[in-house]
Design a binder for this molecule. Structure first.
Ligand code: CMC
Length: 432
């Protein structure tokens, strides 16, 4: 038996009685590859860990985002999300996430300038978007449009060149609002509005979305700031499903556009970024406060899920949800109150006092209230996941950059535990 006080783990293989000592690093982490030495015979493959859905597997060391799910803490590069939402702009936050430090004024001016001057998209992409059906889902269009950017910037394949990577990141952050706005105008059958360089990131986006019949569009500053805050809150969330997708595709050294298109496809799922859309549909279906008790019964009977509740990491109130709830109050003061908010508030109150939700640590997540704000800002539900994807591209790109700079990373390739048939002889079709 190894002596106590060492930063190691002793494993005894009861099949052989052999004892192994494995290093512990970063407080509570062992390397899965250290298990490989545990074998019954010399030619065994060695021990593996089995972890469907990566519930207890760290796939990287990261310096981007810190989450303490038990305490409800979220920090980008060490800065608490509450302070960034209160004091920073989205582009300032984006710079922080990508570069690791808050920008100086001149760095910020340069970054804002660069993003502003890359907002236009090639006219062929406008035509590509135009070729979709009138009712095509906005996320399907966006996933395709982002993948298509790869063909317009073939130099993006030079993924090992830091300068080339940076210019693609600028392009992506700059073009996402343009693609999103053109997608929205396509659904509405409206002519596209081209980017305006003198507007802020979010004001330009609102202008491209909503300007109609006037030369100048002046978004309400409260709504412009609310959207900026929502963008800050959604900018990164460490190794979630879409960030992992970005890293997995990126590990094959694919270019950032196709990698990000895959990440966006993951985000589109209703258990991930599609949840904000699902919340709105759920609230509409519930329809009135009187129907909440029967809805809750249905959730408890596992007929459906309470969308916008629960999180793989947070086992406390999602800190983003608290900020969004406050932002919603400011938005509703401008736009007028939304009936669905009353249903959401009552639903939250009941759920937080129900044993089913309390015992499973199910609290509102970022998506529970964000959809209500998006709706108040005038967005149709199909645009909700797109509004998540625009800021999240920053996090995906930061994760991608970190992956490419990480000497420990290789092409992602999990193992499996094979449960299929053993070898069998082929049977001709007329003999089956
Ligand atoms: N409604 C009802 N029951 C739930 C919910 C929910 N929203 N979420 C989890 N549970 C139950 C689940 O049935 C299970 O119960 P039991 O142990 O008795 O079988 C238990 O809670 C644990 O759930 P899980 O599915 O094992 O947890 P997970 O970590 O795999 O799933 C989740 C996390 C976010 C997918 C899940 O909570 C969920 O489906 N929530 C609704 C969708 C949603 O709001 N997604 C947005 C997530 S935040 C934004 C983002 O990151 O994209």
């Amino acid at each position: 038996m190894a002596e106590q006080g060492r930063n190691t783990l002793t494993v005894v293989d009861n099949r052989t009685g052999r004892e192994y000592e494995v290093d512990i690093h970063d407080g509570n982490v062992i390397n899965a590859m250290d298990l490989r030495q545990i074998r019954v015979k010399d030619d065994d493959f060695g021990m593996m860990s089995y972890d469907p859905a990566f519930k207890n597997t760290a796939s990287t060391r990261s310096r981007v985002t810190f989450i303490d799910g038990g305490e409800g803490i979220l920090r980008y590069r060490g800065y608490p999300i509450e302070q960034l939402a209160e004091n920073a702009s989205f582009l300032e936050t984006a710079y922080l996430i990508l570069k690791g430090e808050l920008p100086t004024q001149s760095q910020l001016d340069q970054f804002v300038h660069d993003v502003t001057f890359h907002t236009y998209i090639h006219e062929n992409i406008r035509e590509l978007l135009h070729s979709f059906r009138y009712d095509a889902h906005a996320m399907g269009m966006m996933v395709s449009a982002v993948a298509s950017l790869s063909t317009f910037y073939p130099e993006s394949k030079e993924i090992l060149d830091a300068d080339t990577r940076w210019i693609q990141m600028i392009r992506i952050i700059a073009k996402m609002p343009t693609l999103a706005a053109f997608t929205y105008r396509h659904h509405r059958g409206l002519p596209h509005v081209y980017p305006e360089n003198e507007l802020s990131y979010t004001a330009n986006f609102l202008n491209m979305l909503f300007r109609i019949g006037v030369k100048q569009y002046h978004p309400n500053p409260v709504l412009e700031r609310a959207l900026d805050i929502l963008f800050i809150l959604h900018a990164d969330h460490e190794q979630n499903c879409s960030a992992t997708t970005m890293r997995v595709i990126g590990s094959a050294e694919a270019d950032p556009y196709v990698s990000m298109s895959g990440a966006m496809a993951a985000l589109y799922g209703p258990l991930h970024g599609g949840a904000n859309e699902a919340v709105l549909r759920m609230l509409k279906r519930i329809g009135s406060i009187d129907n909440i008790p029967s809805f809750i019964e249905g959730v408890k009977n596992r007929e459906e899920r309470l969308m916008g509740f629960g999180h793989r990491v947070y086992k406390a109130y999602d800190p983003r949800a608290s900020i969004i709830k406050r932002t919603a109050d400011e938005v509703f003061e401008v736009t007028g109150r939304n009936d669905l908010l009353d249903i959401a508030l009552e639903l939250e109150k009941i759920a937080l006092n129900e044993e089913f939700f309390v015992s499973r640590n199910l609290y509102p997540n970022v998506d529970f209230y964000s959809g209500l704000i998006y709706q108040a800002l005038g967005f149709p539900v199909e645009m909700f996941p797109v509004l998540f994807a625009i800021p999240r591209c920053v996090g995906w790109l930061a994760q991608w950059e970190e992956l490419l700079r990480d000497d420990e990373q290789r092409i992602a390739r999990p193992r499996q535990v094979y449960h299929g048939s053993g070898e069998r002889a082929f049977v001709a079709v007329d003999e089956r």
